[in-house]
Design a protein. Structure first.
Length: 419
């Protein structure tokens, strides 16, 4: 009895000095850590995670690592908060058949598409009705490995405005019609999707149909945005052209899902209007390049589109606008994020602005900044370990060694061959 008491007493005393080791502790040791885009780096730091959260971060001699913790060697590496991809879709196989596909297959696809690139949170801004809820349930249950998933569920298209580029797919899989023809119809569907668990709503302010861009009726767009706002959720818009931008502003949309390369350059005054309307912007620069190349557009056309998109991003940021990183992956099949970082840097953004678009901006915009976006005690244990320092080259954001979500390694790069 005495010995038992002694052990308990000793454990209590020790707990006062060192945190007791628990199964599942994870420590990244020896890395350079950027705790936030606007913070100075901590050299040779330790990040300790416990019970899914960040337990401590600081210089190696300030943070004790329990002997039972799994230790990741961070020497030469850089640690940043887990990334958000704020423009994705679950339209490709196997992810668009989330309810019926084997868990291992879905886990592999989520790794290849998202976690391998450092994404610990993704916002699906419109997919097949109900499908992303099913995927999220399987990830949340621990059956499928993947990122935190937010979704708008099904998109809202104008009447006769199902975009030309998704018509064949929707026919093939017998997707329901997602067009809205009246305010009551839009309100009813918006309410239904939000009560089903949607984290926002996505509307097509300008839908690309045959040889034309079909605008959404302003009253319908406003009804959808108001439904989202009443539920405390954001509204996204696919703007396409100047009219779509005006409808987005007039209806109170929160996030523009793309720049609008066909609309020509954004003047400082126009960029200031977008910012005054409190809109965030997802640039999707590499999408335009890839999409035009796949259509066989001549190089000078691709360059003109890219130049315009980059000008719009630069004008928006100069006016004080907030960027959210996003690639449209799941609509395009390019998963590699390197080109998007290169093009963002080419638009004049520095690495801290790019990091903010990956972390603090989306966390704040989507109401998760108390738990996500920075590395600090109490925050979710979502971090990315990079091979290189993005302060030297923004493309380093694409070179991921480990992705950690809720204190667990969910992606680990294969060991590199020695050259
Ligand atoms: Zn998209």
């Amino acid at each position: 009895m005495k010995i038992d008491r002694l052990i308990v007493a000793t454990a209590i005393v020790l707990a006062g000095h060192w945190s007791p080791a628990r199964a599942g502790d994870l420590a990244i040791v020896g890395a350079k850590v950027y705790v936030a885009p606007d913070a100075a780096p901590i050299a040779r730091a330790t990040v300790l995670m416990r019970d899914g959260r960040i337990a401590a971060v600081g210089a190696a001699d300030e943070v004790a690592v329990p002997s039972s913790a799994r230790v990741l060697d961070g020497q030469g590496a850089v640690v940043v908060a887990g990334f958000w991809n704020s423009h994705v879709h679950m339209l490709e196989l196997p992810l668009r058949e989330a309810a019926s596909r084997p868990a291992a297959e879905l886990s592999r696809a989520l790794e290849a598409t998202f976690t391998r690139w450092g994404f610990t949170t993704v916002f699906d801004i419109s997919s097949i009705p109900g499908n992303t809820f099913a995927l999220r349930r399987r990830v949340d249950a621990g059956e499928v490995s993947g990122p935190t998933i937010l979704t708008t569920d099904a998109p809202f298209f104008p009447k006769d405005g199902t975009p030309i580029y998704v018509q064949a797919l929707f026919r093939q899989i017998h997707a329901p019609n997602m067009e809205v023809a009246s305010v009551p119809q839009a309100q009813a569907r918006a309410r239904q999707q939000l009560s089903d668990g949607a984290d926002g709503l996505k509307l097509f302010a300008g839908a690309i149909v045959l040889r034309d861009v079909l605008p959404m009726d302003k009253a319908i767009a406003s009804a959808i945005v108001q439904a989202a706002h009443r539920a405390g959720k954001p509204a996204f818009a696919h703007p396409t052209n100047m009219e779509g931008l005006e409808i987005s502003m007039a209806s109170g949309v929160d996030v523009l899902a793309h720049t609008t390369p066909t609309a020509g350059p954004w003047s400082p005054a126009f960029a200031a209007r977008l910012v005054a309307a409190r809109m965030a912007l997802t640039p999707t620069l590499s999408l335009f390049e890839e999409g035009l190349k796949q259509e066989g557009a001549p190089p000078e056309v691709v360059k003109r589109f890219l130049d315009t998109s980059q000008q719009q991003v630069a004008a928006f940021v100069k006016a004080g606008g907030e960027l959210l990183f996003g690639t449209d992956v799941g609509y395009i099949d390019v998963t590699d994020t390197r080109r998007e970082y290169e093009l963002m840097a080419g638009a004049g953004l520095d690495w801290r602005q790019i990091l903010a678009s990956l972390t603090t901006h989306p966390a704040k915009r989507f109401g998760r900044d108390a738990r996500k976006g920075r590395i600090a005690p109490g925050m979710d244990g979502d971090v990315v370990v990079l091979y290189g320092d993005p302060a030297r080259d923004a493309a380093a954001f694409a070179d991921v060694k480990y992705t950690v979500r809720a204190g667990k390694v969910i992606y680990e790069a294969p060991v590199r061959p020695v050259r």
